[in-house]
Design a binder for this molecule. Sequence first.
Ligand code: G6P
Length: 470
Amino acid sequence: TLEPSSLSGDPRLIVISNRVAVPKARGAAGAQGGLAGALHAALKDRKGLWFGWSGQESESGRTGHIDTQTNDGVTTATIDLSQRDIDEYYTGYANSTLWPLFHYRLDLAEYERETGKGYERVNERFAELSAPLIEPDDVVWIHDYHLIPLGERLRSRGIKNRIGFFLHIPWPPTRLFVSLPYHERLVRTLLYYDVVGFQTQEWLDSFLHYCENELRAEVDETTGQVSFEGRTTFARAYPIGIDWDQFSKLGQTGQARQAQQRLMSSTRRRLAMIGVDRLDYSKGIPERIDGIGRFFDRNPESIKDLVFIQIAPPSREDVESYQAIREELERKCGQINGARSEVDLVPIRYVNRGYSHAELFGFFRGSKIGLVTPLRDGMNLVAKEYVAAQDPEDPGVLILSRFAGAAAQLQDAVLVNPHSPDDIAHAIKTALDMSLAERKRRYEQMVVTVRDDNVQNWTADFLRDLSQPA
Ligand code: G6P
């Protein structure tokens, strides 16, 4: 078999995503979300080009300018967007309509005609600016909910290359999805791709259900082949992974050791529990704090033995629901700390900044419990990183939401219903009481998956299907 990194005769890979990992931001791993880190890893082994938004607002007169840079062997080509584009496409349609809807939060989804138009306009702009960069033999791989219509826009400009799409977030059940105005229009654009990838079988099933029942497309569930209006698309599940080689090596760095040391000496003899999430309502952070509050209510003496550290770098701060979740979290942490602290003991440490991967490695290794309890999550790579960072001789326990994509693979975590404070409190108790033998058994099962289903294999699997459909 061919090794992904040695496929020198391979066609060039063009990756297009809204967010591009810019070198200066690479420190704040928790703030970036899974996509940027995974794509950086996927691209660094291949010659390729990564096209996307710079994250910046364009100064007038600079629209259409493409900034090209090569760092760590990855060439990025980024464009600025106007403030109106950012408001309508990114803050508006992508993050106030699609993100909440795809995370099953109809209550938070906003349906505004104007932002929908902005979304289509920016997708058209991405097509206009990226199409001239695409050469006939290139393989094009488009990512995430910001850019669903881009493949169809490129096709309309005559691009005949193989084009694949990967969705990093869940795909909602049909009954929720049909609440989106013009839902059919959006799905039709997906059927211009050669391959459409999802994180788990569950999201894939929802997508195929829609194609079959709403669109009346011909669906072959065993191969994932969707035939519609004379075209064929393959829809399949490709669970994303971490860059195992790179991440597991971090344990040997001074930065990781110091971070672990710093965490452990600061907690003195207390056991540390940790959560690391972008500050997003889908991550279930207030619900997690409720669960921890419940645990302390039942075990008041345990504040001498246990401290919870929540790292939550703020995200999408222009979206109202993100401002609301931040306030809610501040209030909850304040309430529990106010009610439970002693002058020298504070049960919850709440931190609004990001850390480098090496520091997070150290924090994960120094924490005997990892709490990853999203209400809904496409995959969740923090769960996999927590496992990868553990000491094999004395591993910590992962408490994982059954509603994270990762739960399908990490069945040996302590699985919880993240909506239930009782369930979370009970899981903490289970973790604290767990024998070393049991912790090792669970760790050994999970670490095999985390190591083998890594980001290199994810990339290789997707690109294999994209270059030679079954
Ligand atoms: C999730 C999404 C990514 C996104 C990331 C960070 O992981 O799937 O597409 O890049 O969150 O969010 P942001 O809005 O800062 O790009």
